[in-house]
Design a protein around this ligand. Structure first.
Ligand SMILES: [Zn+2]
Length: 175
């Protein structure tokens, strides 16, 4: 089913939800449609427009979420690319400084890595293995409300991208 970008009353991205949730928000008068798909949805009671972007009519107050460190977030940050060789296949995570010599489980010490490079690197540091990282791993800029994988996916939708904050580290590579 098609997905819908849900914006807060101030146009800040709130979430990505499915069409039926978005339509019910609109029918309840809680949200308005900003963009719609060309294809309407057929229902038993006739056809209705299929929203692509909806905006809440009132401000939804939510606590500022934490950017969670997860396998998905690391993969999304690294654009699903091995940070040693650039491969996009067979991806896993690598602790840059291995755990056995004190490498922490953090944004700065975790990178996307293909199995081949992972095997080659083994329990060594990049220096010891004579392997070079494409870029220094960092904690990404804060993405409000949307999870990082959702944000990265949403950025690929031109219509949606207009409403999403642009971050230096992702902005240029997505085009
Ligand atoms: Zn690799």
């Amino acid at each position: 089913m098609a997905e819908v970008l849900l914006l807060n009353a101030n146009y800040e991205p709130l979430n990505v939800c499915n069409v039926s949730r978005a339509v019910s928000l609109v029918l309840l008068g809680k949200a308005e449609i900003l963009h719609e798909h060309d294809q309407p949805i057929r229902t038993s009671r006739g056809t209705i427009v299929s929203p692509s972007i909806v905006r809440m009519r009132y401000m939804v107050k939510r606590p500022m979420p934490q950017l969670r460190l997860s396998r998905h977030s690391i993969l999304a940050r690294d654009l699903y690319t091995c940070q040693y060789c650039g491969s996009r296949k067979d991806l896993t995570l690598d602790h840059v400084v291995p755990r056995w010599c004190g490498g922490p489980h953090t944004w700065e010490n975790l990178v996307t890595c293909c199995r081949k490079c992972n095997l080659k690197k083994g329990d060594k540091t990049p220096q010891q293995a004579n392997m070079k990282l494409k870029k220094v791993p960092r904690r990404p800029h804060f993405v409000p409300y949307l999870s990082l994988p959702k944000y990265m996916k949403a950025m690929q939708n031109d219509e949606w991208a207009f409403y999403l904050p642009v971050f230096e580290e992702f902005g240029t590579t997505m085009n």
